[in-house]
Design a protein around this ligand. Structure first.
Ligand code: LLP
Length: 416
């Protein structure tokens, strides 16, 4: 089902005309579809059928409390990478027992907070981190449940900034050192080795790297079990791609088949999934209003009120995001080649370059598609621009779930 469609010539989010949202909440604004978000998450879980699976939504993709509350209501968990994300997950009602803590640079303080909260497991990425966690846990008289994030050295075939499972990457314990790391973890009384983990990259459009990585990990599970570890979780990370333009990523069913097929031989494990982009990416549009049309001898610029501080993906990764006018263009509307840019003082500030778009004029609203994942969550106050509002649409109603920032918010905590 498509949650963002034109109804009577007007773009809707579920049953909500998005121009109503723009009028009341202003622009730029991120509009999430609650139905789309929930169905992406349940669709992924259900694709695994009878295989025991726990979906731990990757909070970094979009971390608004209202979205996290939906995750909690669905009985799912969270994949976090900071104390701040732990705070958000717990505040939204996600039980600590369904929280996995990933990331290469957890601090002692974050470890202590997560231990005190009683999280499900720490995904450890280095021996130095393992030693610190063992110390923090023993000082607190606790046993820390850990899983080893190993780097399976497979090529995810994705943008180099978001490939994480290659030998060169900073992530994970190198494949050749995983057994030694496991031996060490088993020898530490304040650690309990409960799982293995990998995350090989983001926006993967083929199932093959997933099955290669999971096959490697499954082999390791058997080895570790024979050395006395009671491995209960196989965390396969996130990374499933979505369609921004013309990509055709595996469907949840194809993805599930690849993962379960590769994990086939091992029993007694719960698969942990950490979807971010596939859960929320296409569950949101960002609305912006056209300020000016500026024609130069070289290009035509559509200058809008959203910029790289609101959605950095085009500037940072050269990412494609679909753009459509909120008022449905007529069938025969002529297309012209324009660049959609924001007010930020950088030539790298663009939402689309040399894009064929129907006619646009000052005051028109545009929708930027696929803005849910790493959209608002990577936004900043660059150029002292207050961050946008976030809105949740459900059926024919909508509400603001994060107020637009004010000028006072910009200077909060500062002093003269
Ligand atoms: N698990 C771990 C350990 C991760 O590092 C990530 C994402 C995920 C799960 C979720 O991956 P996903 O399902 O969203 O692919 N800002 C970039 C993407 C960075 C991904 C970072 N890690 C972008 O806008 O494309």
């Amino acid at each position: 089902m498509d949650y963002f469609t034109y109804i009577k010539g007007e773009l809707h989010a579920e049953g909500v005309p998005v121009s109503d949202v723009a009028r009341e909440a202003g622009t730029p604004v991120f509009i999430y579809s609650g139905g789309s978000f929930a169905s992406s998450l349940t669709g992924l879980r259900d694709a695994f059928g009878v295989t025991p699976v726990l979906v731990c939504y990757s909070v970094k993709a979009a971390s608004n409390l209202a979205l996290l509350k939906k995750v909690a209501d669905l009985g799912m968990g969270a994949d976090i990478v900071s104390g701040g994300e732990l705070y958000r997950a717990l505040r939204a009602g996600i039980p600590a027992s369904r929280v996995v803590f990933s990331g290469v640079g957890k601090t002692g303080r974050e470890m202590a907070e997560a231990l005190d909260a009683g999280i499900m497991m720490f995904n450890l990425e280095s021996l130095a981190e393992m030693e610190l966690l063992a110390r923090v846990a023993s000082e607190r008289g606790r046993t820390a449940p850990v899983s080893l994030r190993v780097n399976p050295d497979v090529d995810p075939g994705t943008h180099p900034y978001v490939a994480t499972g290659l030998r060169e990457s900073k992530f994970g314990i190198p494949w050749g050192e995983a057994r030694e790391a496991a031996r060490l973890a088993l020898s530490m009384p304040s650690l309990s080795l409960v799982g293995l983990d990998c995350h090989i990259g983001s926006q993967l459009t083929s199932a093959v790297p997933f099955s290669d990585a999971v096959a490697k990990l499954s082999g390791l599970v058997s080895d570790l079990r024979s050395s006395g570890a009671s491995v209960r979780y196989l965390d396969v990370g996130g990374g499933l791609g979505i369609t921004y333009h013309d990509e055709s990523p595996p469907s949840p069913t194809e993805y599930a088949a690849a993962v379960t097929g590769a994990a086939g031989g091992i029993g007694g494990v719960t698969l942990v999934l950490e979807p971010g982009r596939s859960a929320v990416g296409n569950s949101c549009v960002m609305l912006a209003r056209v300020l000016y049309i500026k024609r130069t001898p070289a290009r035509t610029f559509v200058i809008v009120d959203a910029a790289m501080n609101d959605l950095v993906r085009p500037s940072l990764y050269g990412a494609y995001h679909g753009i459509r006018p909120v008022s449905e263009p007529s069938g025969g509307a002529p297309l012209s080649r324009v660049s959609v840019v924001g007010p930020v003082c950088e030539s790298g500030d663009f939402l689309a370059r040399d894009r064929e778009l129907p006619p646009l004029a000052s005051g028109d609203l545009i929708a930027v598609f696929g803005a849910g994942a790493y959209g608002f969550s990577m936004s900043s106050n660059y150029n002292s621009r207050p961050r946008a509002a976030e809105v949740l649409a459900e059926g024919s109603s909508w509400r603001t779930v994060r107020a637009r920032e004010s000028y006072e918010d910009l200077a909060r905590g500062e002093s003269l």
